[in-house]
Design a protein around this ligand. Sequence first.
Ligand SMILES: [Zn+2]
Length: 627
Amino acid sequence: MRPSFIAAALATLLLSCSPKPESVEKVLTPTPLSIDMAEGTCRFSKAAVRNTIINNTEGHALGKIEKNRNQAYFLRITRDSIIAEACTPVGLFYAQQTLAQLRDAYGETLPCMEITDAPRFAYRGVMLDVSRHFFDKDCIKRQLKLWAKYKINRFHWHLTDGIAWRIEMKGYPELTANVEHYTPEDIREVLDLADSLHIEVIPEIEMFGHSEEVWKVYPHLFCTENERTSEYCIGKESVFTFLEDVLSQTMEMFDSEYIHIGGDEAYKGHWAKCPDCQRRMRENGLKNTDELQSWGIGRISHFINSKGHKMIGWDEILEGGLAPGAVVMSWRGLDGGIAAAAAGHEVIMTPGRYCYINNSQDDPRFEPVSQGGYLPLKQVYEYDPAMGIENEEYVMGVQVNLWTEYVATQKHLEYMLYPRSFALAEIGWSMNERKNWESFHARALKAVESAEAMGYNCFDLKAEKGERTTPQWISDPEVNLALGKDVTIANPYHKQYSASGESTLTDGKFGSWECGKGWLGFLECDTDIVVDLGEEKEISEVMASYGQWYTLWIWMPSSVRFSFSQDGVNFEPGGEVLNTVDTEDMIPSFAEFKWNGNTKARYVRIEGLVRRDEAGAWLFTDEIAIR
Ligand SMILES: [Zn+2]
């Protein structure tokens, strides 16, 4: 037999003895740009791996890569060698991560192949809020190690916020006197590890809002010294002395290309009344407090640039105009990103709907208390960071954010992070046409298994329950008399929670686990709803469905009243059902209030009575069904 024939026969023999190897597409996360399989396998041994930095890409596979070539790599596995090539050490590092994933899947016998790979976006980040709850350096380092395996390359470290300032500053010992915080040595340790993993750490020093923790120790930096406030005074020079000093120290410590200055959710009421702020506005011809904020951000941006760094801020920094060169982190939906890109700013997309992993990832009744939203893995995965943006070139990348109001332990932190961070890794790296939910889901299951084997506490993806479902009879036109019928609502619902309007209540579908989807929200009023069945019907059951999200101030009605009418004017009381859900329970609840009996009517009225007669209390209802 000719030698190649022997090899083929041997390969056949080997294949018949071992389980069929997993297709490469099913083992790599994020999915590479291109994979070309070749015949044969390679026995892995360290000596066989050759890492080379390529200086000239002409004629090389890497030469065809136009975007993010500095992170690209080429990996060729032949029968007797493994070649990793890249233009930079970062690229080589990513080739090694890919190789490590291949080894996890295939062990010592790797299929021969060629991979040419580069990320779609330069920036693939995770933000951790360490102000609301503190996570020590070891916890941070654990996460960096896992992120690097999936080519996540930015860590946005939210170091300061209203709860606590977490980074030691020379000359300002009061900032961290009574709170857990990072010493310069802690920071150094994290940065050294991040460096070795090619992760850029972007520190955030929040201004001009979210700064109550500074007011507590340095009230003279605020418009109202005696009244608790979260916004620095933009009129006082001492504020800029302080901010420039802490920013200088931060830039020195981190030496990252980017510095994040927050810039979100500032309440501008104090600035409108403060004599210092008013003087600043007069002196600089600023028409309103938006322009005052913009002036302050501009000054800080100029300062950061003068030190050789670039500024990132949340999308509010666009208000009142933004200095060129600043990067916008878009969190309030897609609009901020779209506006920033249109104005020629680079954007990092972190829209709440797809990227706020502080929201629950499954049926919230069985999940830890969270902010109240619902963000399953699939929804993160389905997000395209260039969605709605005309020129993708302005999209620097994408990031998931983990705010920690309700996250106090490392276990819980990791539970929220994984597997959703793996989805972030793929939407930031892989081309849209290479994305495939079924494939990713299978890989995410394995990634969870592998992370758990390393001691990480992940959400149990294989036990995922999924989105809320509707009882069968409610969507059955043969049974549900209310399905598709006209609804009249006496007290208006809020425009922010209007779903598909009145018809939402008789569409035969329950709302989502998330109050923003498929629910009508009523602010500080009862729900007073009449369903017109079109003609008189025999009725034995009326069901009205309500939801409670304590953390969003949405409570069950104290009771629901049912009444019936032939003419839509005179209603006959049918009965009242009292709420039995604990209104102090922070875990969301969903309840069906039911009337049962025997009556005939054309009109059915359902009144949900608002339980808490206080400012900001909501009632949320999603469905009425009658049989
Ligand atoms: Zn002021």
